[in-house]
Design a binder for this molecule. Sequence first.
Ligand code: SF4
Length: 618
Amino acid sequence: MVYGYAGKILYVDLSTKEACTKDLDIDHVHPVIGGAGLGIKMLYEEVNPKIDSLSPENKLIFSVGPLVGSGAPCVSRMAVVAKSPLTGAVGMSLSGGFFPTELKFAGYDAVIVSGKSDKPAYIWIHDDNVTIGDASDLWGLTTTDTQLILKEKLNHPEAKIACIGPAGENLVRYACIINERRAAGRKGLGAVMGSKNLKAIAVKGTKKVKLAHEEKFRQALKKMHELMKQSPALYPSFSKLGTPMTVEVTVELGILPAKNWTATGIFAPIETLGGEAQSTYTVTRAGCYGCPVRCGQVKIVRNGPFAGFLTEGPEFESTYSLGTMVGVNYFPAVIAADRLCDEYGLDSISTGANIAFAMELLEKGVLSQEDVDGINLKFGNYEALVKMIRKIAFRDGFGNVLAEGVKRASEIIGRGSEKYALHIKGMELPGYDVRGAKAHGLSYATAYTGADHNRGYAIQEIFNVPVPYRVDRLAIEGKGKLCRWNQDVRTAVCDCMPLCVFVFDMGLATNALELMAELYEALTGLKMRTEDVQKAGERVNNIARLFNFRAGFTRADDKLPARLMEEAIPGGPSKGQMISREELNKMLDEYYEARGWDKEKGMPTKEKLSELALPIIP
Ligand code: SF4
């Protein structure tokens, strides 16, 4: 009898139109827990890191963790994993909503999609029945319409659907996957889905997760709810404002990037884009399956040029990318831009960052009005922002260049434009100016996904959380060790179990490792000590590093864009801060040391792999 896990992995080959299941090997999954751990392990074992990410050889893996569907709150999350078409490295994105729990209820820990369909297709998973259907009539539809029409077509209004929009179909390298209004946003996993001619996956499940020790699990859950109630932030403010409350936090620290990172601390329109200001547009709240926090803020524009636009969001990151990054302080335009990104299936962070890149190129005279199809792409022009989003999704005109992401776009444009293309390993930067939060910056530089705020979020620097200890956000010393801790703990707790990051950050960081060990043991009946949880996260980060090394990444790729190392933050509370090359190198040396990796290559040593019981030789 399997407890906690569903016990099955579903394999779907779109080339042959065949589906089959295999029993989950508990000894295989236990050392990496599940979720992102299982997904990345399978990617490492089943996908050649040298392949073209958009070829049929890539595999798209949807993986849920053991806590999903268990009755624990705030755990309806899945990892979507593939080789990323944006970075060429491991692509892993997490998404919440209802789809992850439905997949577990259908009886699967993971779904692996391989091959390529000869025409648009959808996969319909109804418990043990799996069929591949014709999605020709859905091709070209936005994500909301796809979900509505596919439910009707299946005659299952309660089915949950993960799908792509036109951006995924058009292989925009940062297309996302949308389920309900939640996104597996970054790294272009929607383009991988599009490359397989897979428009959607629909799922309906009726099974239950079996608990090994019900009473112990109930006691652990009671503790979890108590800790969440005691949090000074989770219910009092996060529930009411959602992630946009981070606008105020980052403005206070002077690290909200603006205008392609040229105006941090100068352009910080908190009065229109701050969490409090945004809340005046909120009409209702929404949440993922089984979450009492319900942080989703549904906002509507009631008048002006964008009247009628409604979105669940924009989250903090979209407020940055579609607001301050492009110099826009008119909030209704940010709502509209956010909704358009969701409907076309575009990652809002990369979309805004690409448009900001083009805006700076125009400002600096590298591009002319003619080069950008006559659009007046100047910072602050929200009409141009909205026009460009559509052009990117449909690869129309200059949109076709930006659809490649800033790294490739700068290679196409030439003329010294790479100086203004801010990315790490090919992925555009999220909304924290890490020149004023150094461990956070080190995490951007070293994360296996490229610039990613979620892989090793430095809660100590951004929210002053004293776990595992209090730090000076501007110091360099000690940040290597801290970054390793943030990456490993967050990977295990938030990516593998998986617990919602926001609940971890705002309520459970202090007790997360103990609590996760307790929940896991009671749920699965398998031994898990507190230190084993962190070890699992470390193992996953090592496996991802091995994949990337085989794909061609080395220490030389663990870097920051030149602007962050050469130009200081121009204004505000973090004015004058930057991370010089020497400082980055110092942090990297300390980081590799803390990881037990070879400092020259930035690679796990044989001793480290053997300590982690990874039977893999680089
Ligand atoms: S806190 Fe928000 S993102 Fe997290 S599980 Fe709840 S509703 Fe979903």
